[in-house]
Design a protein around this ligand. Structure first.
Ligand SMILES: [Zn+2]
Ligand SMILES: [Zn+2]
Length: 125
């Protein structure tokens, strides 16, 4: 039988995996509380930190300095300068191009974390 601890960890990961947004730790804590109100905030914060350290989840740095979290790695983020929404762009070709460029300098890329900014469709109006 799974320990309570393991179940809590799994729930945190499941919530992050299934959200389309890139939640802040507060938003994540809120989402988890609606699923299981018995998990304390301190437990959520502690586990999030551990997941980041262990490379299980990823931090997305934003312009206003508030960290957001992502279950997925190796894609490009676009942050809207007006509404702050973060969009995901997946493009294997870009990764291959970067890998090639860096290989020329004998650097071997394993992961990347790129954030571009600008204005999203609704903020351009
Ligand atoms: Zn926007
Ligand atoms: Zn993302």
């Amino acid at each position: 039988m799974k320990s309570r601890n393991t179940k809590q960890k799994e729930l945190i990961l499941e919530v992050l995996k299934n959200t389309k947004m890139h939640p802040t730790i507060y938003e994540l804590a809120d989402m988890i509380a609606t699923k299981d109100s018995t998990i304390g905030q301190a437990t959520i914060y502690r586990n999030i930190k551990k997941f980041v350290n262990d490379g299980i989840i990823y931090v997305v740095k934003t312009k206003n300095g508030i960290d957001r979290y992502d279950y997925y790695n190796n894609h490009i983020h676009f942050e809207c300068l007006t509404c702050g929404t973060i969009y995901d762009i997946y493009d294997e070709k870009i990764f291959k191009i970067l890998q090639k460029k860096f290989q020329n300098n004998e650097l071997n890329i394993q992961n990347y974390n790129i954030t571009l900014d600008g204005y999203c469709k609704s903020c351009q109006k």
